[in-house]
Structures are given as structure tokens and as C-alpha cells.
Design a protein. Structure first.
Length: 195
């Protein structure tokens, strides 16, 4: 199905480039819900995403820390928190994912001029930055060491700094999450290809 976000502020490809957009639309569903998708980006930047395999969370569920979540890791959409009673179609989930990635990508690109499209060869670093922001929030990403290092063109150290975002809060204590640690390792591995 095609996701058209041009009317709402541009396509993901226009914001982060075609390569980064394809990486995000492929890897976020895999990282968030374990599902595989096929992604094609048309010349106009429109994303065409086809579900291939794996579970798709069309009904909201509680994540590991008890937050209502749906589709591919969405905990909110257009500023409204996901409720445990929410249910979506496959088409809605695909559109919501791309729209939320657009919002997160805009925030990342605004606070990280060191990842601007003018910098050739930073597609995978852009992917890692937006993927991190999608998971931890744009404000947290924009105040991170990783962002500071990306802006200083220290790509390798910035990629390494992503690894620090591997904890969840359980009963008021920060503990390492094996799932987050693995995700951060995957983001870092992709990111260092640009270092």
C-alpha cells in the first residue's frame, strides 16, 4: 500500500533521503514487532510497503513497561496516546508508522545539522539517529551525546554513544533490557558503516 504524506509536510524520503527512508521503513517494523516488510520508494518519495511475514499488532497491547502500544511500536499518534482498546487496520498502521517517522525524522534533522542531506555517505548514520529517536523520543535524542557527536562529524564515536540507550525503568530502577541492548547493537552496526 502507498503512504502519501506529502500533503502533511513531505515524505520521509524528502526529509532523510531515499536510502535512509527505505532502511527505516524496513528495520523499524522488524525491531518493533519482528515482522518483515518489502519496501519500495517511488521517484516522488512515496513509500510502498508490503507486509511479508511476522505478527502485526493491529490491536493495542501493553509493552514491557506497561505502556499501551500498537502497530510497529506506536505509543502515540498525532499527539494522542494509544489506548489499550485501540484497534487498527494494516493500512492505518502503515500510514501511522510513516507519519510518525516523518515527525521523528524532522526533529532529528532539525537538531542534527551534521546529518543533513548535503553530507553524502551518512544514510546509515541518519537511520540510526532516527531509529533511536523513534524509540526514545526526539527530545531525548536531541539532548544526547550521540547527537552532539554527529554534529561534530565524529560519526564512529556517535555510533558508539547510541549503545548507552539500553535501559528501561522497572519499579523505579533503571535496568538493562536485553531487547534494547540488541536493538542498539543493530543500530550501531548499521551506523558504523558510515564512519
Amino acid at each position: 500500500m502507498a503512504n502519501k504524506t506529502a500533503a502533511r509536510g513531505g515524505t520521509l524520503a524528502a526529509i532523510v533521503g531515499f536510502v535512509t527512508a527505505a532502511l527505516l521503513l524496513t528495520h523499524i517494523p522488524e525491531d518493533e514487532s519482528g515482522r518483515k516488510v518489502d519496501v519500495k520508494i517511488a521517484q516522488d518519495g512515496t513509500a510502498i510497503v508490503h507486509h511479508v511475514s511476522g505478527r502485526q499488532y493491529l490491536r493495542a497491547y501493553l509493552d514491557i513497561v506497561g505502556v499501551a502500544t500498537a502497530c510497529d511500536g506506536l505509543t502515540s499518534y498525532q499527539g494522542r496516546k494509544i489506548r489499550i482498546s485501540d484497534q487498527f487496520t494494516e493500512a492505518q498502521c502503515a500510514l501511522m508508522l510513516e507519519e510518525e517517522l516523518v515527525v521523528h525524522a524532522k526533529g532529528v534533522m532539525q537538531c542534527t545539522p551534521g546529518l543533513a542531506l548535503a553530507y553524502v555517505g551518512r544514510d546509515r548514520a541518519r537511520f540510526a539517529a532516527v531509529s533511536l529517536a523513534y524509540n526514545v523520543g526526539v527530545a531525548n535524542y536531541c539532548s544526547s551525546t550521540a547527537r552532539r557527536l554527529f554534529n561534530a562529524s565524529q560519526i564512529g564515536p556517535a555510533c558508539n554513544a547510541i549503545l548507552a540507550w539500553n535501559k528501561i525503568t522497572v519499579k523505579g530502577k533503571k535496568v538493562v533490557s536485553n531487547g534494547l541492548a540488541a536493538r542498539r547493537a543493530r543500530e550501531r552496526a548499521m551506523c558504523v558503516k558510515d564512519a
